[in-house]
Design a protein around this ligand. Structure first.
Ligand code: GLN
Length: 231
């Protein structure tokens, strides 16, 4: 049986800006991932120190054992399962394309020919864009941070962005000046990750805590706090 998590402090890596999962509000790190992680830690009797690193940086920090786990709207993919162990899925997601609100030229992937699209390094959005770029004849530019990726579209340097649809929907609702024009692509659900065969007690506690929060209604409360807020 794995060691107990009780009384331990785990260091958890996360993304910087990936609203509504992690972002800053009045300087404080908030979001669905942050609230879930804190609530699970409280439920299971361990402490967390959350580090806002950026998505790719968080995955690298995990692989080099600088953090014990990652919660970052991180999709459970087959490729990642070779190096990480994932919790039970806690949120359904997938990829979608968005363009500037006033862009009436790009209504589908076929309109991307000869153009550039923005993605975030190491994400499923990047992988999806790369997988269709030759077919549709567009270039992909990858940024470390979401803000840089969105700015590139707002500045008109890129005509589109590929990101997770719950994140696009939240951003659009918040008035980020973008719109979606294509269907959602099937994607993977989000999970909490640890290194393969490392900290199994933490993964077990995460799953137990998640189940308790789902049972008690606190999981729904956390989601509603961010998704019903009218953004
Ligand atoms: N869900 C996406 C992935 O895992 C993006 C995560 C993120 O940008 N924080 O690749």
């Amino acid at each position: 049986a794995p060691d107990s998590v009780a009384g331990k402090t785990y260091t958890i890596g996360t993304d910087t800006t990936f609203a509504p999962f992690e972002f800053r509000e009045n300087g404080e790190l908030v979001g669905i991932d942050i609230d879930l992680m804190n609530a699970i830690a409280q439920d299971q009797g361990f402490a967390v120190e959350i580090r806002s690193l950026g998505f790719d940086a968080a995955l690298q920090a995990l692989q080099s054992n600088q953090v014990d786990g990652v919660i970052a709207g991180m999709s459970i993919t087959e490729e990642r399962q070779k190096v990480f162990d994932f919790s039970d899925p806690y949120f359904e997601s997938g990829i979608q394309m968005a363009v500037a609100e006033n862009n009436n030229d790009v209504a589908g992937y076929e309109d991307l020919e000869g153009k550039r699209v923005a993605v975030k390094t190491g994400t499923e959005g990047q992988a999806f864009a790369e997988s269709i770029k030759d077919e549709y004849g567009f270039d992909v530019i990858a940024f470390a941070q979401s803000a840089q990726m969105y700015d590139d579209v707002k500045a008109g340097s890129s005509v589109a962005v590929f990101d997770d649809y719950p994140v696009l929907a939240y951003g659009i609702k918040s008035g980020n000046g973008l719109k979606t024009v294509t269907d959602k692509e099937v994607g993977s659900s989000y999970g909490f990750a640890v290194n393969a065969e490392t900290n199994p007690e933490l993964l077990e506690a995460f799953n137990a805590g998640l189940a308790n929060l789902q049972e008690s209604g606190e999981y729904d409360e956390i989601l509603d706090r961010y998704l019903d807020a009218g953004a």
